[in-house]
Design a protein around this ligand. Structure first.
Ligand SMILES: [Zn+2]
Length: 110
């Protein structure tokens, strides 16, 4: 996993603390919305599709804020802790890519 950890660069425009703070504020407001409560009550993690209680689900940005993502309904999904931890600053397609790379390395005995 460490071999392919840094194949993307963070853009300073995206990691600007003011921008992040603004988007976090917007996320906080969305957390109180009926839209979010409905999602959490359904209890499905957007990544592993397993069912969780509403206390076990966290708000996750599909495209992370530090990668240029916004706090919009289309970019926010409920995620269980395990998936949230696993994903970190990757976008989901990159996570899939990393698994493919790690798997192929594993097969090659690297
Ligand atoms: Zn999950």
């Amino acid at each position: 996993m460490t071999v392919v950890e840094k194949y993307f660069e963070l853009n300073p425009v995206n990691t600007d603390p003011q921008r992040i703070r603004k988007e976090r504020d917007r996320a906080r407001k969305l957390k109180k919305s009926q839209w979010w409560l409905n999602l959490v009550n359904q209890g499905t993690c957007a990544y592993c599709k397993k069912t969780f209680s509403k206390n076990e689900l966290t708000m996750d940005h599909y495209v992370p804020l530090a990668r240029g993502g916004l706090s919009t309904k289309s970019n926010i999904v409920p995620s269980c802790c395990a998936c949230n931890q696993e994903k970190k600053l990757e976008i989901p397609t990159e996570e899939v890519m990393r698994r493919v790379i790690v798997d192929s390395h594993h097969q090659d005995g690297i």
